[in-house]
Ligand binder design. Structure first.
Ligand code: AMP
Length: 174
């Protein structure tokens, strides 16, 4: 049995992150957060399943933020989401959780003018969140550099597979 961790302070998070989540009013980790954050901080690969609204975003966003190289503006984490709405929502969550780490994050999705995304990618972003098709588009154009990526997240993977993104996802993972 894994021990139950009831406090954010016990998960190995930095003071900046603890402050950001305290300001959001989070008092204790949700079960998925308690069970995944430490493992992700250690660099372990994880498959997790939990209902919507149970704190999955913070479960992967907090350890990603902790593991970012603050001195580098290269993309270090890639988050794939099934929809543009989720991409925007996840990007906003990263922004809030990374408030004291000055995380640079960009949502990219189809339907949004690509030149705006290109300018932002050129300036440098540490975390890129997007729908598989648009991410692949940027990878093929050479506008999204992958050589410094340390973490890849398939958010709502079941949903992405249902929506037929498997080929794009495989191409990105390749
Ligand atoms: P999510 O499942 O990631 O979409 O999160 C659902 C909602 O729960 C969001 O509004 C989060 O801000 C909130 N949330 C996430 N983790 C916690 C926590 N540990 N305590 C309280 N609220 C949380």
């Amino acid at each position: 049995m894994t021990e139950t961790i009831l406090r954010f302070e016990d998960l190995g998070l930095s003071n900046g992150t603890l402050k950001a989540i305290a300001e959001l009013g989070y008092e204790a980790p949700t079960p998925i957060q308690a069970r995944t954050i430490r493992r992700m901080l250690d660099g372990t690969d994880i498959i997790a399943q939990a209902q919507t609204g149970t704190g999955k975003t913070a479960a992967f966003a907090l350890p990603i933020i902790e593991r970012l190289d603050a001195d580098s503006r290269d993309p270090q984490a890639l988050v794939m989401t099934p929809t543009r709405e989720l991409a925007v929502q996840v990007a906003e969550a990263f922004q809030a959780y990374g408030k004291y780490h000055q995380v640079s994050i960009l949502p990219v999705y189809g339907g949004q003018p690509i030149d705006r995304q290109l300018r932002a990618l050129n300036r440098g972003v540490q975390v890129v969140v997007g729908t598989p098709g648009r991410l692949l588009d940027h990878i093929r154009r050479g506008t999204l550099k992958l050589d410094q990526i340390r973490t890849v997240v398939l958010d709502e993977a079941d949903e992405m597979l249902d929506m037929g993104f498997i080929e794009d996802i495989e191409a990105i993972l390749q």
